[in-house]
Design a protein around this ligand. Structure first.
Ligand SMILES: Nc1ncnc2c1ncn2[C@@H]1O[C@H](COP(=O)(O)OP(=O)(O)O)[C@@H](O)[C@H]1O
Ligand SMILES: [Mg+2]
Length: 263
């Protein structure tokens, strides 16, 4: 797998009079974890919606590995290796964990609808390969023991890792994760951190929106800070956490001190 590079150039979207994302440029280097942080309403999820193709920019460009993608529909961006998770859980509670991951794969399965109905020939081979791969992905996220459980019955932290598993089923090279640690207890957060570390090791490029600053500072190679749709800072975690503008707009002095203390 070759890791993906994402580059945004002068990206802007206006909703009526509001520029929710305002002239944002940033580059996510291949194989890195890049944080996108800032207060609520700063435009982080809107950036994800623009990159994944749910929204079209008013101006600016989005490049994946040097290819402009901002005019492509979201399914074709997924085909190029881009996958995301959502800020709030979006899953079918009745499906098992295994089925949930397998539904993420159908885009890539080649057998047509007739073969699918007959469950014959090529489809059977594809389905068993898909099942094997789904088990591999569940194993990667630490959920192989839960393959046959209904996703709605999983503990909250497992459900959030299952969403990542579903995104991984697309075989992406760039993962957009929108607040994956939100609502997690400390041990769930730790499991998630371990998982993202493994994904980075395997060569995924990750763009991460998250409010847990200790988590962000430990995981990210680079961080971009948004405020009112504009980029106000960018750099290594150590530089960002001590940037006075970032402290004023978002972190506050108490969090900044605790981050500097390494606690
Ligand atoms: N589809 C939309 N229509 C109108 N306004 C929107 C839409 N999506 C987001 N916004 C506005 O854009 C701003 C940024 O929102 P969002 O990207 O969700 O922020 P964040 O994820 O950083 O909390 C907010 O003011 C929000 O109300
Ligand atoms: Mg958001």
């Amino acid at each position: 797998m070759s890791a993906a590079r994402l580059s945004l150039t002068h990206l802007t979207i206006r909703f009526g009079g509001l520029a929710a994302v305002d002239d944002v440029s940033l580059s996510v280097a291949p194989g890195t974890v890049h944080g996108l942080i800032g207060p609520n309403g700063a435009g982080k999820t809107t950036v994800f919606n623009l990159v994944s193709g749910l929204l079209a920019p008013s101006s600016g460009t989005i490049m994946l590995d040097g290819k402009e993608i901002e005019a492509l529909p979201s399914w074709s961006r997924a085909g190029l290796g881009l996958a995301r998770t959502f800020q709030n859980i979006r899953m079918f509670a009745q499906m098992t964990a295994l089925e949930t991951v397998m539904t993420g794969m159908h885009l890539r399965m080649k057998a047509g609808p007739v073969a699918s109905i007959l469950r014959m020939g090529r489809f059977r081979t594809e389905e068993s390969a898909a099942r094997d791969r789904a088990y591999e992905i569940l194993d990667l996220v630490g959920l192989s023991q839960s393959a046959q459980l209904r996703s709605g019955d999983l503990p909250y932290g497992d459900q959030r890792r299952l969403e990542i598993a579903r995104a991984l089923a697309l075989e992406p090279r760039l993962l957009l994760l929108d607040e994956p640690a939100a609502g997690m207890n400390p041990s769930e957060t730790q499991q998630l951190e371990d998982l993202l570390g493994r994904l980075k090791q395997q060569g995924y490029t990750i763009l991460l929106v998250e409010h847990d600053m200790h988590f962000v500072m430990r995981l990210c190679d680079e961080i971009t800070v948004l405020n009112f749709g504009r980029k106000i800072a960018e750099g290594r975690p150590e530089a960002v956490r001590s940037n006075p503008q970032v402290i004023e707009a978002y972190l506050g002095t108490r969090v900044a001190k605790s981050l500097a203390g390494g606690s």
